[in-house]
Write a protein that binds this ligand. Structure first.
Ligand SMILES: Cc1cc2nc3c(=O)[nH]c(=O)nc-3n(C[C@H](O)[C@H](O)[C@H](O)COP(=O)(O)OP(=O)(O)OC[C@H]3O[C@@H](n4cnc5c(N)ncnc54)[C@H](O)[C@@H]3O)c2cc1C
Length: 391
């Protein structure tokens, strides 16, 4: 027996690595390919959108997580040879005369000791030359970093393999097994395995476990509902367009309201991301792609001739108050959840993995976890929860 992790996104996989490093016997069960849902689709910005709108405990959790990234990057490179392209490209927020975030953003930065540089439009166009002439002022956070999600997932997958984590992909968990208030394992769906794969996971079988970590992203609630637990994690669809540009065309992560641009080292630029409440309806759609391109042309009119290389989408695991659920479920001893990371799952993955591994191994986590407990009282009027258009 050992630990079963349900869901092979960045949260499940990185936590598996940390648990394995501490000697636990860990199996990750993933219904599709490992790391191909939200964790693959995301933009890799390592900073919340509008962090000043969150409670302080969230900012502290984020800070702790971001501090872990440089060491994680080195560790992944050393262990796997894969460079996740973590880089401090800086984040620039242009203002077109819409001032509501100007003051709160600077106050938050001072309080949390984030370097911030206010500048006028001309100065912003010196550091970001393709920015629209209508930009009047801007705020620059030079320390904000980004990474490339597919590389992160590839590296973490390889690391899991090296550490000896058992991975069962194309294997769906149908049910969490709880008896007398205690988790006993998971039951696998009988139709989830293509012929010839996962010989160990026979049809309709179960995997016994001392502990289970539910890290199934947007799909987590479906497994909790039969236990009478409703965290109200909902999919929030995000579409992204990838542009091919010459390196240096866009130099910083640039973010304004619903739109952001993320320049990669090779010149590719991600343009994202929509916030859609359409359930699990997948695919890129004309209206939403049009909306992204419209915003792009306002902010960077010089990029209109760039080639669109591809587009994709993913489902963010939205939580009602915008914060993740991290901890053990009341009334089901040994059943833990790490889900609902919404727009910040990549930024929060290192601290989630460390804290969940500590909790599950019976050690005190380095961060106060009570505000993120799955048993907490949810503040449904929080501005950053999934029904909000402003997030
Ligand atoms: C367009 C977009 C942009 C984003 N940008 C950013 C960003 O810039 N920065 C940032 O920090 N975050 C960003 N995010 C959010 C971030 O990607 C997510 O918060 C994070 O990936 C969540 O990770 P996860 O492991 O919980 O979920 P997922 O990656 O979705 O993984 C959950 C896994 O569980 C599996 N699963 C589900 N049900 C079962 C079952 N019954 N049995 C077995 N397996 C199951 C799924 O197949 C899936 O692989 C973005 C997300 C999107 C979609």
């Amino acid at each position: 027996m050992g630990i079963v992790i349900v869901g092979g996104g960045i949260i499940g996989c990185l936590t598996a690595c940390r648990l394995r490093q501490q000697g636990a016997d860990v199996t990750v069960v993933e219904s599709g390919d490992i790391g191909r849902e939200a964790s693959w689709a995301g933009a890799g910005i390592l900073c919340p959108i509008h962090p000043w709108l969150y409670p302080d405990c969230f900012s502290e959790l984020v800070q702790h997580s971001l501090d872990l990234y440089p060491a994680l990057q080195h560790q992944l490179l050393a262990q796997t040879g894969i460079d996740i392209e973590w880089q401090r490209s800086g984040l620039l927020i242009p203002f077109f005369g819409d001032e509501s975030h100007w003051q709160p953003a600077q106050e938050w930065s001072q309080r949390f000791n984030w370097e911030v540089e206010p500048m006028d439009g001309a100065a912003a166009r010196v550091i970001e030359p393709s920015l629209a002439p209508s930009v009047q002022r801007a705020l620059l956070w030079p320390q904000v970093a980004q990474l490339r999600n597919p590389r992160l997932l590839k590296a973490v997958c390889k690391w899991m393999e090296q550490l000896g984590v058992e991975v069962r992909s194309h294997t769906k968990v149908r049910r969490l097994l709880v008896r007398d208030g205690e988790i006993t394992g998971v039951e696998l769906a009988s139709d989830s395995e293509p012929a010839g794969e996962n010989i160990g996971a026979q049809l309709g079988t179960q995997i016994d476990a001392d502990q289970v970590l539910l890290a199934a992203g947007s799909w987590s609630d479906a497994l909790l509902e039969p236990l009478g637990v409703a965290l109200a994690i909902r999919p929030v669809k995000g579409q992204i367009i990838l542009l091919a540009t010459a390196p240096g065309t866009v130099r910083h992560i640039v973010k304004h309201d619903a739109l952001y641009l993320v320049p990669r080292a090779d010149g590719r630029v991600l343009v994202g991301a929509t916030m859609e409440h359409v359930g699990f309806r997948d695919g890129n759609t004309v209206a939403e792609v049009h909306g992204l391109l419209d915003g792009l042309m306002c902010m960077f009119p010089g990029l209109t001739q760039c080639e669109i290389e591809r587009q994709w989408m993913g489902f963010r695991p939205g939580s009602p108050d915008g914060m993740p659920f991290l901890g053990e479920i009341d009334g089901a001893r040994g059943l833990f959840v790490a889900s609902g990371h919404y727009r910040n799952g990549v930024a929060l993955a290192p601290v989630t993995a460390e804290c969940m591994a500590a909790l599950m191994m019976g050690d005190p986590p380095e961060v106060e976890m009570a505000p993120f407990s799955p048993n907490r009282k949810i503040n449904r009027s929080a501005t950053l929860g999934y029904p909000s258009k402003s997030s």
